[in-house]
Design a protein around this ligand. Structure first.
Ligand code: HEM
Length: 403
């Protein structure tokens, strides 16, 4: 049997600005050469829907972790590397089940629904500040929404947001495998660690508890012995990092899709239920996450042998445009019946724990934004972020009529 190294495969230039601005142009040609796999400079890109769904869920043959990223930057032994290696997303089997299980009850659909009012208040308050301007960069505006919601979920003051926002912004830059990102995410990491450390230390010392807050759920898990002191701080940071860039980028690409469809945008203002459909189809049409996997030992999938140590990128944004599953995949159609089959939140044991929060946040956000920012239109060229890590728009200048 051929190893993937011996297989003739197309190359997808996923690290380039041209790819991130228009992946379909490259994808169609790549699909003609191989239906689900391509090469990139650091390994392989899994772009077929079924392969992506199967391999994202495969916790036996694949390690879900950041070893290749840590080695790329040569930062083994640093506290940042320890964070990347020890957090829930990097664990498998019982270690993963322990970390995820310690906070899973805080991420149920019921609990996420309880936060809808807080999400509504958050976006209304942001719009009170931003809407009178009549124009702004939607990506910048959107960046304040998930981080403020995150503070609400944790049950902590929004005061650290200005310094947290930049630090968070820089964390997922590590996944772009750009050497220039290293000083940014390393400096941001120190800010984030201080934030998590002081939150946990002060809340524990205060003895005050808020049964509804995620911070207290994490502290309770520590007190039950399910998390140690460092793991509790890492958990605060994992949730903050995993929920920030993802949510703001997904909301921003949704706005971009709606700029071309004023009819759909107006329906969002009228109908929260329709916002659910728009959010789901946005996750299908323009998913933003590309999780990494490392091959744990030689194994075979789809008639190809992968070798221990190979790096795979699970390209959810490309898998969600697989025409074998989604008819006319580049069309944005909120009425699409199978939009919910998307793999934007991953699959298997690591499926996004924050998916119900992310969905509610998008739905409530869209509904209120569409009511308060009327007739939105482009006011400049959008700029794309790197495809790897957290794809989406770096900037989306818009003008609108404040309601
Ligand atoms: C639109 C927004 C979001 C997207 C597209 C997204 C996407 C993903 C994906 C694809 C994974 C799986 C990673 C893998 O398989 O390696 C994941 C995992 C995770 N997400 Fe999200 N996410 C979003 C929002 C959030 C939010 C709001 C939170 C927290 C409140 C969150 C917390 C996490 C955590 C902790 C994991 C790791 C789960 C585990 O390893 O068991 N995410 N997310």
């Amino acid at each position: 049997m051929d190893t993937v190294a011996e297989t003739s495969l197309p190359v997808l230039p996923v690290e380039t600005p041209e790819f991130s601005a228009d992946p379909d142009r490259f994808l169609e040609a790549a699909r003609r050469e191989h239906p689900w796999l391509a090469r990139f400079s650091q390994g392989y890109v899994v772009h077929g829907y079924q392969a992506c769904a199967d391999l994202m869920a495969d916790d036996r043959n694949l390690i879900c972790g950041f070893g290749p990223v840590i080695d790329f930057y040569g930062v083994r032994g640093s506290m940042w590397a320890r964070f990347m290696e020890e957090i829930v997303i990097s664990q498998s089997g019982p270690a993963h089940a322990r970390l995820r299980g310690s906070v899973a009850h805080a991420f149920t659909p019921r609990r996420a629904n309880r936060e809808r009012e807080m999400m509504q208040r958050t976006i209304e308050a942001l719009l009170d500040q931003w809407a009178p301007r009549g124009s702004f960069d939607f990506a910048e505006f959107a960046s304040y929404f998930p981080v403020t919601v995150m503070c609400g979920l944790l049950g902590v003051s929004a005061e650290p947001i200005p310094r947290m926002r930049d630090a968070l912004e820089n964390q997922l830059k590590s996944l772009t495998l750009d050497p220039a990102a290293k000083p940014l995410f390393m400096a941001g990491w120190d800010v984030l660690w201080d934030f998590a450390d002081s939150l946990v230390t002060e809340r524990e010392a205060s003895g005050l508890h808020d049964a509804d807050s995620l911070l207290d759920d994490i502290i309770a898990a520590k007190q039950r012995g399910e998390l140690d002191a460092t793991e509790a701080r890492f958990m605060v940071l994992t949730v903050a990092v995993a929920g920030y860039d993802t949510s703001k980028n997904q909301l921003t690409v949704t706005m971009k899709l709606l700029l071309d469809r004023p009819d759909l945008y107006r329906r969002c203002a009228e109908d929260l239920q329709f916002c659910r459909k728009v959010a789901e189809e946005s996750l299908r049409h323009s998913a933003i996450a590309t999780p990494y996997r490392e091959v744990a030992h030689d194994f075979t999938y789809g008639g190809r042998q992968f070798r221990k140590g190979d790096t795979l990128v699970m390209a959810a944004p490309l898998a969600n445009r697989d025409p074998a599953v989604f008819a006319d995949p580049t069309r944005f159609d909120p009425e699409r019946e199978n939009a919910g089959r998307h793999v934007a939140f991953g699959r298997g044991p690591h499926i996004c724990i924050g998916q119900y929060i992310a969905r509610n946040q998008m739905q409530e956000g869209l509904h209120i934004i569409a009511r308060r920012l009327q007739n939105p239109r482009p006011a400049g060229q959008p700029e794309w972020r790197p495809f790897l890590g957290a794809w989406g728009l770096k900037s989306l200048p818009i003008a609108f009529d404040p309601a």
